[in-house]
Write a protein that binds this ligand. Sequence first.
Ligand SMILES: Cc1cc2nc3c(=O)[nH]c(=O)nc-3n(C[C@H](O)[C@H](O)[C@H](O)COP(=O)(O)OP(=O)(O)OC[C@H]3O[C@@H](n4cnc5c(N)ncnc54)[C@H](O)[C@@H]3O)c2cc1C
Length: 436
Amino acid sequence: MTEPNGHASTSWTRPKQVVIVGGSLGGLFTGVALKQHGYDTTILERTPTNLLENQGAGIVAGGDTLTFFERYDRCKRPVAVPAPRRMYLDQSGKVVQDMPLKGTMTSWDLCYYLLRANYDHQESGYCKMPGPQPGDGKIDYRYGCTVTDFQEQDGKIRVFYDKSDGSTESIVGDMLVGADGPSSRIRKILCPDVERKYAGYCVIRGTVPENEASEEAKKVFVERFTFFHAPGIQNLTYTIPGPDGAMEPGKRLLNFVWYTNFPEGEQELEEVMTDKDGKRRRLTIPPGMMRPEAWEMVKKRGRDRLPPQMSEMVEKTKQPFVQCITDVITPTNNFFNGKAVLIGDALAGFRPHTVASTSQAAFDVLMLIEYLETGNHAEFVRRTMEYARLVQQRGVRIGDRSQFEALPLQEYIDDRTMMSIPRQELEFPEWTQVRI
Ligand SMILES: Cc1cc2nc3c(=O)[nH]c(=O)nc-3n(C[C@H](O)[C@H](O)[C@H](O)COP(=O)(O)OP(=O)(O)OC[C@H]3O[C@@H](n4cnc5c(N)ncnc54)[C@H](O)[C@@H]3O)c2cc1C
């Protein structure tokens, strides 16, 4: 496929039909880009309904996320709210650092609906519908399809899936893209020894409408990226688009991301991870499923330990959700001679301190397009892996420093600033390199 020097060999045949497993942001980035480059795609998504459930939460839109939308979004509407200043609070709520540093914040639901509009013309209040264009590949979004297995057959890939009606089907493609998230089934088949491990703390998340916040809270959260650090705690709060992607002041949401320690095996972790139906969830409590008693316990923790503006956000949140922070990374992205690839969280599940999960998915897809257009598989493996390894390792380091060490504030500021370095300026040490 590629010569030892990394250049495409003349025998490279572009795939025609690509099967994508996972229909969230990573799968949709893949589907939208491949469609516009003329590839036929089928997305298989296990969720039994046509639309994924909106968690309504924020995403820091890193460089590659914005590049992706600039290049492939045909709806042409704004994607991100600016945050021109970064602030740090102390526990009394006083601003102890205030610096000019540009951030761009978006929401999961705006990205999702924009991508669905671009992929399969899903109508919503988020954007105008772009029409099909000549040269687009065929698209097929199948929900209620849980992929269980795949095999190589006669040079192609056959993918098996269970449907929500209990039947089993399969589909054949020239290539398979695993975009099925941090607990990826595709990764489990390719690399059965890779495990996803709990890091010892959770993130509590929620949003409050901008116009329901007090003046004190608005001063530090509206169009700001605002942090607080204390032993075992990190909180960051910022402004994101509102319902239907609203960007107008007053209609947006204030989004908080509050990391707080819950050691494995301790009763408080059991309490917070048991949902309102009494079920112990492994890694997430989705919006609307938190037990009122657990939420009271979390709110009290907020009142005791957070600055008042951040505690106010917790108190005013109506649909909180909880995610356990985990670590997972795949050792390579070289499978089946390049006929199977992993992208996004399936390749490496970053700690959210990196604010890079969505941009990783966008970057991997930009690299995938280069690979498919040139046949340079070795370069695809090298670039997706060096980025995954570097950022995953940095996420573990800054996450552990934030949650398990008590450092001077300046060190946390330096950690955060390191994660704002544009990808193009990163240096990739030797240990990040995977060459094939
Ligand atoms: C419903 C949802 C809401 C989210 N909301 C936020 C948010 O508000 N803020 C934020 O920062 N991040 C959010 N995320 C995470 C964020 O989207 C990702 O971290 C990032 O965009 C990379 O996404 P990904 O597509 O690689 O993985 P994921 O987002 O995890 O998507 C993986 C997809 O694969 C599907 N899937 C898994 N296994 C199978 C299988 N065997 N067969 C078929 N399909 C399968 C899952 O249902 C899921 O839709 C959310 C993810 C989801 C799924």
